[in-house]
Design a protein around this ligand. Structure first.
Ligand code: HEM
Length: 541
């Protein structure tokens, strides 16, 4: 621990909050974090609440180790929050060691469970879900996503969006929920039609958790010292926040039971390729899968993982896709992206649209003559610059040694090439900082520059860490996002449909900022309101 304390880092500005206020409560996400990286390099220390030392890492060798090593698990706070939000048994919290005892299904203790005995709960749950998220399966959901995208356009028309300035986040969230319902759970969640309360309740819950404040930082710190049973009792207190959580659980528990009942009724004991079927137990193999009542836990996990992250990303792209009025950022883009999309008709091969994918950083093989490469495209590289989760928190479950790809000079002038750390050490995997490392992404790493994805050389110089375009946006290693293919396809489909029909622009007097809290990026306007007001116009007048 002494060596950790000799690793340089920013001076704390408060004894109570350390540097966490400077990390999280800033006008724009990364305001201080990216400067710290420039000053101290890709591995530095940071003071948390009451003098606790945390490590910030963006060094690819260190990040790779942390994300792949079983020695690192989700932190206690994250696990408690996941327990409260999703319920015991979520794949998210199963990364933690304590989860291994608590997660799995009271009716089948791990010792009696052949598959769990040979691995961890986390691995087991991923094994149940992973097949559904294969490239082939995700591609088969394309028509469903396209149908929801058409409904979104109709909804905007019906609501009279064209000609006005509106917050589109709500309807984007409704569309994301409908896509999860129709494509993954084969059940209508009625977000866009307004007939269901699910997306409204979920939005309320997400918004209530997404505010950066000093008291939230303290709560976050204290949570890990609160025993599970006390936390469990606290969640039952009659407070507005906990009431909302209970309503959400009641609603999703009922929805989960309905989905299971309908699935069992249609299957009649047979099997199909559906996501839910992959989780269900059967009479022939009662120890495989999860009990019926746990489907609601996975429903909540997928709803949160698939709605919150994706909607925030898509909305941050929307102005640039339809072309922001910010001429410094994208003077030509509107025409070129629109042209690219207008040129295709019939069945779209989304992966073959260079500009569209440059926005979201898909690497594509370009045609020999690409009319768009000379376009000074300045669309946001949304996935790189605005990763929905710009930081992942992990804690060492045992003593271990972290590798470094470049040596660090300690405060005492000693050069070290690895860092021994003790059990209980908290680490932030700094995803947003990694995406701004000049050694990896070039001198212009901090710039919005989609054209980097249109050049013949890979923009990422170094070992690829994530599953997609060498980005860490979907993380990497054993906790890598299960739904990354699904998310990418969903973004492609919705952006294309929106750009085909509408021109979006940011109102001139309203700058949207991204603030980081609860570890996700939250878009806000200068007055602190969580929304993105966009001016919507029809494409053709
Ligand atoms: C742009 C959209 C998305 C982004 C940026 C994103 C990012 C991430 C990240 C960074 C993690 C790791 C979190 C951590 O361990 O701290 C994660 C996990 C996860 N994501 Fe995504 N995600 C997106 C969309 C989706 C979608 C659409 C789904 C499902 C339909 C999904 C399902 C999951 C699940 C189940 C996990 C937990 C994996 C595990 O713990 O093993 N995600 N995602």
């Amino acid at each position: 621990r002494r060596l950790i304390n000799s690793i340089p880092g920013p001076k704390p500005t408060s004894w109570m909050y350390g540097s966490l206020v400077d990390l999280f409560i800033t006008n724009e996400y990364g305001e201080n974090e990216f400067k710290w990286q420039d000053t101290y390099g890709p591995v530095y220390t940071l003071k948390g609440c009451f003098g606790e030392t945390r490590l910030m890492i963006s060094d690819p060798a260190t990040v790779k180790f942390v994300l792949n090593s079983p020695a690192f698990v989700s932190g206690a706070t994250q696990q408690k929050a996941a327990n409260a939000l999703f319920g015991y048994g979520s794949v998210f919290m199963a990364q933690g060691t304590s989860a291994l005892q608590s997660v799995m299904v009271p009716s089948s203790p791990p010792s009696q469970h052949p598959r769990i005995a040979s691995g961890t709960t986390h691995k087991y749950l991923r094994g149940l879900m992973n097949p559904w998220f294969s490239a082939k399966n995700v591609r088969s959901t394309l028509p469903i996503m396209q149908e929801v995208a058409h409904k979104l356009v109709e909804h905007w028309e019906h609501m009279g969006f064209p000609g006005s300035t509106v917050d589109v986040t709500r309807s984007m969230g409704d569309a994301a929920i409908d896509i999860v319902g129709d494509a993954i759970f084969e059940h209508p969640f009625n977000g866009l039609s307004g007939k269901g309360n699910l997306s409204k309740t979920q939005r309320g819950l997400v918004n209530s958790m997404s505010s950066a404040s000093r008291s939230a930082l303290l709560t976050d710190f204290c949570l890990k010292y609160i025993p599970d049973f006390v936390f469990g009792l606290a969640v039952t207190l009659p407070l507005p926040g906990t009431q909302m959580l209970r309503d959400y659980h009641r609603m999703t528990d009922e929805l989960g039971s309905t989905i299971v009942r309908q699935k069992r009724d249609t299957l009649h004991g047979a099997k199909d390729d559906a996501f839910v079927t992959g989780l269900l137990r059967t009479e022939d193999d009662p120890y495989n899968g999860v009990p019926d009542e746990q489907i609601a836990v996975h429903l909540r996990t997928i709803l949160f993982a698939g709605e919150d992250t994706t909607v925030r990303l898509r909305v941050s792209e929307a102005p640039s896709a339809g072309c922001s009025t910010n001429s410094q950022r994208c003077p030509n883009t509107k025409k070129s992206l629109r042209e690219e999309i207008d040129q295709v008709s019939g069945d779209i091969d989304y992966d073959s649209l260079p500009l569209l994918n440059a926005i979201i950083n898909v690497r594509v093989s370009l045609p020999s003559h690409n009319p768009l490469t000379d376009v000074d495209c300045m669309l946001q590289e949304a996935l790189r610059i605005y990763p929905a989760l710009p930081m992942a928190e992990r804690v060492a479950a045992e003593d271990c040694v972290l590798p470094l790809s470049q040596p660090i000079t300690t405060k005492s002038g000693e050069e070290i090439t690895h860092i021994p750390i003790q059990k209980g050490q908290y680490v932030y995997v700094a995803i947003g900082s990694y995406h701004r490392l000049r050694s990896i992404w070039g001198e212009d790493a901090a710039e919005f520059k989609p054209s980097r994805w249109l050049e013949s050389e890979q923009p990422c110089k170094g070992t690829a860490l994530g599953p997609y375009a060498s980005l860490l946006t979907f993380l990497a290693g054993h906790g890598v996002c299960l739904g990354w293919r699904f998310a990418v396809q969903e973004i492609q489909v919705l952006v294309v449909e929106i750009v085909r029909n509408f021109v979006l622009s940011l109102p001139a007097d309203n700058t949207v900022r991204a603030q980081c809290f609860g570890l996700t990026l939250v878009p806000k306007t200068a007055d602190g309101v969580q929304h993105i007001p966009l001016h919507v116009e029809h494409v053709h007048g």
